[in-house]
Design a protein. Structure first.
Length: 397
């Protein structure tokens, strides 16, 4: 594969990936740490390198409304946001999923105010997990670029919008080597977007009209689904997307030589007796911690969750079938209960014949540093039964 290797940030990688996918409409509102993504895309449009309409909007709500409309009219679209900007989009996130538009959005993860922080955790995207979007989480800049390209391939097959999530500053502003595939190679992998079914030039129709609960006949006598039927279809299509995510990753690997595991990926899991489960940049630190624990005589592996929605239930059950303990680290909290990832994982493992002991730790909220040594020590304590749940590195008020 012909590649252009550069040392760039994950934000720059996201913008270049969107450009390689030949997006036709970009609408975004700047917010730290996402702003460099929109700046890079504006530069590419201004220079003529990217033939696209760049829409300057007054808010994140308007940005999402704009890309939904453009996608409905047959354009390939892109946007990006972070934190409270994502929350400002909340209504339109539901609208995008319900409209079945293949919007791809970079979510540069940042802690949610108040109080204000510009630093990283994953509370913003996790809080939007039930809006009907596919969510993919990345561990480095190369995966950000490759996943955005894959996201268009996936989204335009299932007609479900996709968030490509990556940690703010930890990844967004960190410069690392990234291989950028040529335009020819991306075109080979990603065919042109042909538009939504049933929408064509010159056709007059009401898009997303008020719908009743029961199926009804349309003016032509065709039976149209009711509200609950449409929700069922969206749910089933998101579940079915797991196989499409795996296949998209495999086919991308055939062209690029890089594979990211599909819905999950593993590090030294084949003989593991203990597993660390996490997602995003924490997964990189976790692999270092697992290697260190191996040197201490513990057979530890890492299971990285790449697709959080659809939740990879079968892949998780299979990968954890033979381990004794699971230690979950995550940068989010479902207030009043526990971390969202650990709750979903416990539910998946509940019916397993040999259920491993699951420990859960909230870490890194608001940009607090999480080191491999901390993950190593906490995992050791979980394996030996000294602790099983908690918030890492909480100091005095």
């Amino acid at each position: 594969m012909m590649t252009d290797a550069r040392i760039i940030t994950a934000n720059r990688a996201a913008a270049l990936a969107a450009a390689r996918c030949r997006v036709q409409v970009v609408a975004a509102y700047p917010i730290t740490p996402q702003t460099p993504v929109t700046e890079a895309l504006a530069e590419l449009v201004e220079s003529g390198e990217l033939k696209a309409e760049y829409l300057t909007v007054e808010s994140e709500h308007s940005a999402m409304a704009a890309v939904i409309a453009a996608s409905q009219m047959g354009a390939r679209v892109f946007t990006a946001t972070s934190a409270n900007g994502l929350l400002y989009m909340h209504e339109m996130l539901h609208w995008a999923a319900g409209s079945r538009v293949p919007v791809v959005m970079a979510c540069v993860n940042r802690g949610v105010g108040a109080p204000w922080t510009i630093l990283n955790d994953q509370q913003d995207s996790i809080s939007q997990r039930d809006t009907g979007w596919i969510q993919l989480y990345c561990r480095n800049g190369q995966e950000v670029l490759d996943t955005i390209i894959q996201a268009y391939r996936i989204s335009e097959q299932v007609y479900v919008p996709i968030m490509v999530c990556y940690d703010g500053f930890v990844l967004s502003h960190a410069s690392t080597p990234v291989e950028i595939p040529s335009q020819k190679e991306v075109d080979l992998y990603l065919p042109p977007f042909t538009g939504l079914p049933e929408i064509s030039v010159g056709q007059h129709m009401n898009v997303n009209p008020l719908i009743l609960s029961e199926p009804r006949q349309d003016p032509e006598g065709n039976i149209r689904p009711g509200y609950m039927d449409l929700r069922y279809r969206l749910h089933q299509d998101i579940l079915a997307a797991a196989e499409i995510i795996d296949r998209a990753d495999e086919e991308f690997g055939e062209i690029s030589g890089r594979r990211w595991g599909g819905v999950t990926w593993g590090h030294r899991l084949s003989d593991a007796e203990h597993a660390i489960v996490t997602m995003g940049s924490l997964a990189s630190e976790s692999t270092v911690a697992a290697d260190a624990l191996r040197k201490r005589g513990l057979r530890v592996g890492v299971l990285g969750v790449r697709a959080y929605r659809p939740f990879p239930a079968s892949a998780l059950q299979e990968a954890l079938a033979n381990v004794e303990t699971v230690t979950v680290f995550e940068k989010d909290i479902s207030y009043g209960y526990a971390g969202a990832l650990s709750c979903d994982l416990r539910a998946v493992l509940f019916d397993s014949d040999l259920r491993p002991k699951v420990s859960s730790f909230v870490a890194g909220l608001g940009g607090r540093d999480v080191t491999p040594e901390q993950i190593e020590q906490t995992t050791m304590e979980a394996i030996t039964g000294k602790t099983s749940v908690g918030w890492m590195e909480i100091r005095g008020e």
